[in-house]
Ligand binder design. Structure first.
Ligand SMILES: Nc1ncnc2c1ncn2[C@@H]1O[C@H](COP(=O)(O)OP(=O)(O)O)[C@@H](O)[C@H]1O
Ligand SMILES: O=C(O)c1ccc[n+]([C@@H]2O[C@H](COP(=O)([O-])O)[C@@H](O)[C@H]2O)c1
Ligand SMILES: [Mg+2]
Length: 191
């Protein structure tokens, strides 16, 4: 098990390209575990509080991870990942999300943790070009997304969660090769 950092750091892009290069590789996306819109609390600031752990069904995410741990081969097949007959002993799970290291039951499961960051201006710029299933209302980035990112990042640092920092300003290609190399080394050292 592996993985990643902040909103618009390039997590989804990176994990999707890694999946193609790694043997028997499954991805679990934290975004798939957002609760329905009508269950998202509205803060005193008037914004729907999307960027907090309570807005995600983390129990369901953990169950999904446990299903992979129990039987990676079955999990891969069920998720349309073709299992290569000659490498059936190597299975990789990438967990990809913006609040992964703040949830205690998950944090110790990883064999490697990465944290992708870009500066405020770049994050805001990339975000403004994104379209989420629920579009960002005006002011959400500065009023909610960025402050919550800073809060969780600070908690992560206070808890001493060890991460490998990745510079999200590097090119897609450079990040891909850097992390692929690092994962391959991790796999060699653990086998
Ligand atoms: N290394 C990169 N350099 C420049 N832009 C990138 C890079 N990686 C991703 N992007 C772009 O940034 C935006 C957010 O990427 P995405 O992978 O969806 O981020 P995340 O999942 O972390 O929110 C997308 O428009 C994507 O094309
Ligand atoms: O996917 C959704 O349904 C969804 C609905 C509303 C908001 N989001 C945003 O998704 C962001 C996390 O995804 P990402 O790819 O930017 O890391 C987070 O900052 C949320 O504000 C996502
Ligand atoms: Mg994403």
């Amino acid at each position: 098990g592996i993985e990643l950092g902040m909103t618009n750091g390039g997590k989804t892009t990176l994990t999707n390209s890694l999946q193609k290069a790694l043997p028997n590789c499954c991805i679990i996306h934290q975004d798939d575990f957002f609760k329905p819109q009508n269950q998202i609390a509205i803060g005193e600031d008037g914004f729907k509080q999307w960027d907090v752990l309570e807005s995600l069904d983390m129990e369901a995410m953990v169950s999904t991870v446990q299903a992979w741990i129990r039987d990676p081969q079955k999990f891969a097949r069920a998720h349309g990942v073709s299992v290569q007959p000659d490498t059936t002993d190597t299975h990789v799970l990438l967990l990809e999300g913006f609040l992964l290291y703040s949830y205690k039951p998950l944090v110790d499961l990883y064999s490697r943790r990465y944290f992708l960051t870009v500066p405020y201006e770049e994050c805001k710029r990339r975000r403004s070009n994104r379209s989420y299933m629920v579009p960002d209302p005006p002011g959400l980035f500065d009023g909610h997304v960025w402050p919550m990112y800073q809060k969780y990042k600070q908690e992560m640092e206070e808890d001493g969660v060890e991460v490998v920092h990745l510079d999200g300003m590097k090119s897609r290609d450079e990040l891909f090769h850097q992390v692929l190399e690092d994962i391959r080394n991790t796999l060699l050292n653990s086998s």
